[in-house]
Write a protein of this length. Structure first.
Length: 702
């Protein structure tokens, strides 16, 4: 076999960078950025560039395993599939369908989640389907839905070069989205685009800002209301125009009266002058593009943060125009695809809701099954699934390409819940992970470039990832595994698919007429193009670059909603015993819980262990020196890391990386989620990773 090059898409964040993959003799040799791709034009970050090492990394699963006498031992596929199918059927017969749940990662292909939705929500008959979009973008999704009437990000990356102001909130783009951030920096130089950054840390992104609003953690709603206050008071809002395409202006004006800059300064810690200056920059901007990320979404007020940020854009007509609007980038490769295919417990395929009778009827008719088979109430969120494992109401959990024993907050409680499962199925590409070590059965899946399927990026671009090499040993594609289990459960008729192309063709049909319409998308067409932006309703359609450019929104009255939201404190505030605020976040060299990046030496060696970033004043008061081992303790437990003394954090705040768990470092007490609060936003069910009260001390443990 000669060296071959194939185009592909990055399997990490939701930017959707185009890649060229070099393979020879069944091995991936190199990954390069694709020249001419509209997203990255040959640029690339460190993660996919180092990806080839993963295909031969230690711990790669090559066959299924079943737990026998307390140990996971190798098994054949026939035995493993029947073990899963019989176990699920037994639990469903004895305890009902709601005793079964599914949880997966948002780097899975859309085809895989389409199959899971059909199996679990329609065939088995429970809505307990969740994915890591719940931890990443559920709040942004609910923010779009409540303000604009649909979870439909309207902008595109080309708006970066059109904007004259970037408003970046809770988003360290330089670390989390380096390829897009380089476009932001280039636009700043070429177009003199101004940058406003809102972040409790002076991050790498904040260092590039014209204005850095270093607010106290969790106070974004108060800040956004103050910005709206100044915009309204200083005449930057054309109220007649705004009233044409929005509702709720009078109510919003009444609420923001309580958020004069003087009061907002007391809440946020920013000066009144800086708040006013920022509002005036926004008011004078002709095209403001807003970016936000987990600093917004991982909060008990996350949806309100999203709503109030959208308010600022709508008040200034910074919406639905080139260079203007909200640009939310997802944390994983297919988070938008997961939402649109229905991979959360309140959703159905094609941007439909389980609580909507018409939506249930449409999906049931498409799947040729009774509408009452699909339950009318949302299933459990992932944290409620863990609650169900503790109570015994959930007996079986199937985990696909995710690691909840490390990624969820209050991980000791999570691990205890997983340990109580009557049947824990883990389908992944590596073992051990924190979750696979608890499994009753482990199914060996294929990874990126070993299987075929599609992602949908944050700008609504569908991209095809094709199989380039075979998976190792007996490992199988996730689509094949799901179909094998479904058929073994007795659902041969419902799962006749012979290829992912057939699954895609069926999934495409259920999107017809929706904002996510893929009627004009096919594998053949995607092979010839660098993705197509949705909606794409016909085969001759070029794709849709921007949504709602006619200022008509998918709400009953056709107008967007200005939503008046009051600021509330985080669920857990500091006390005399727990006087510090812990913030967690991403590092440039790692991804999620390091199930992959810890196995890449070049990336692991950059940040092999966790650390605690602490302000010099706090370090002096605690008697800490650079390099000391620090213990961070909350009401739920303790975690340790090496002291890094930096004034990039506010006094009274500490920062830790989110990535480290006991399967990837020598000690088992480096995972920040051990101390994080399981409190969540009541509207999005997204946990509050970005704020928990802790105490900090020099570690006395050896």
């Amino acid at each position: 076999m000669t060296i071959q090059w194939k185009k592909s898409t990055c399997p990490y964040c939701g930017v959707g960078c185009g890649l060229m993959v070099e393979a020879e003799h069944g091995k991936i040799l190199r990954v390069h950025g694709m020249k001419g791709h509209p997203v990255n034009n040959g640029d690339l970050c460190a993660l996919p560039a180092n990806y080839p090492q993963l295909f031969a990394a230690e711990g790669r699963l090559t066959q299924p395993m079943i737990r026998r006498d307390g140990k996971l031992l190798p098994a054949g596929w026939d035995e493993a599939v029947m073990y899963v199918a019989n176990g699920l059927n037994r639990i469903i017969r004895k305890h009902g369908p709601n005793a079964v749940a599914f949880y997966g990662g948002a780097a899975n292909f859309t085809e895989e989640y389409y199959l899971i939705n059909k199996l679990v929500k329609a065939v088995i008959g429970t809505n307990n389907v969740e994915c890591t979009a719940r931890l990443c973008m559920a709040s942004a999704s609910m923010g779009f839905l409540s303000t604009f009437g649909a979870d439909a990000p309207p902008t595109c990356y080309d708006d970066i070069e059109e904007a004259d102001l970037f408003f970046i909130a809770g988003n360290n783009m330089a670390v989390s989205l380096p390829v897009l951030f380089r476009r932001v920096c280039a636009a700043r130089v070429k177009n003199k685009t101004k940058i406003v950054v809102v972040d409790p840390r002076r991050s790498e992104t904040a260092c590039m800002a014209d204005i850095h609003l270093q607010i106290r953690p969790g106070t974004d709603v108060a800040l956004n209301n103050a910005l709206a206050y100044v915009l309204l008071k200083e005449g930057y809002v054309d109220e007649s125009t705004v009233g044409f395409y929005t509702t709720g202006l009078d109510n919003l004006k009444a609420v923001v009266e309580e958020y004069a800059p003087a009061r907002a300064a007391m809440i946020t810690g920013c000066t009144e002058t800086l708040i006013r200056e920022t509002a005036c920059i926004i008011g004078r901007a002709k095209k403001m593009l807003t970016f936000w990320f987990q600093g917004y979404n991982q909060s008990t007020q996350a949806v309100f943060k999203n709503n109030t940020l959208h308010n600022v854009s709508l008040l200034t007509n910074n919406y639905c125009r080139p260079g203007a609007g909200p640009l939310s980038i997802t944390g994983e490769a297919n988070t938008l695809g997961c939402r649109w295919v229905g991979a959360l417990s309140h959703l159905l395929p094609g941007m439909r809701m389980v609580s909507n009778p018409r939506h249930r009827q449409e999906v049931a008719e498409y799947w040729d099954m009774p509408a009452d088979k699909i339950q009318a109430t949302p299933g459990r969120s992932i944290l409620d699934i863990i609650h169900g494992l503790h109570s015994g109401e959930v007996r079986a959990l199937w985990v696909l390409a995710s690691n909840p024993a490390a990624s969820l907050p209050h991980t000791q409680w999570v691990e205890e819940g997983l340990s109580k499962a009557e049947l824990l199925i883990v389908q992944d590409i590596f073992h051990p992970t924190e979750t696979s070590m608890l499994a009753d059965v482990v199914l060996a899946g294929a990874q990126w470039c070993e299987k075929t399927g599609t992602f949908i990026s944050s700008e609504r671009r569908v991209e095809l990832v094709e199989k380039i090499i075979d998976p190792p040993g007996m490992a199988k594609s996730d689509c094949e595994i799901i179909c094998l289990v479904a058929r073994a459960m007795g659902f041969q008729k419902e799962f006749p698919y012979a290829s992912p192309d057939e699954v895609f063709a069926e999934w495409r049909g259920i999107t017809s007429g929706r904002i996510c319409d893929m009627s004009g998308v096919s594998y053949e067409r995607l092979r010839d193009k660098v993705g197509l932006q949705l909606p794409c309703p016909e085969m001759s359609h070029p794709g849709t670059q921007r949504l709602f450019t006619d200022l008509h929104f998918p709400r009953p009255d056709g107008r967007a909603a200005l939503l008046a939201r009051d600021y509330k404190e985080p669920a857990e505030t500091t006390t005399k015993e727990y006087p510090f605020v812990l913030i967690t976040g991403r590092l440039a060299c790692h991804f999620n819980t390091r199930t992959r990046t810890s196995r890449i030496k070049q990336l692991h060696d950059i940040e092999p262990d966790n650390f605690v970033e602490i302000h010099p004043v706090d370090a002096q008061n605690l008697g800490l020196e650079e390099g000391d081992m620090v213990e961070v303790t909350s009401r739920r437990g303790s975690v340790r890391g090496v002291a890094r003394i930096k004034d990039s954090v506010l006094i009274g705040n500490v920062f830790m990386g989110m990535h480290y768990g006991k399967a990837s470092v020598a000690e088992d007490d480096k995972l920040a989620n051990l101390v994080c609060s399981p409190a969540y936003d009541v509207h999005s069910y997204q946990p509050e990773f970005k704020y928990c009260a802790v105490k900090v001390a020099k570690s006395v443990r050896v």
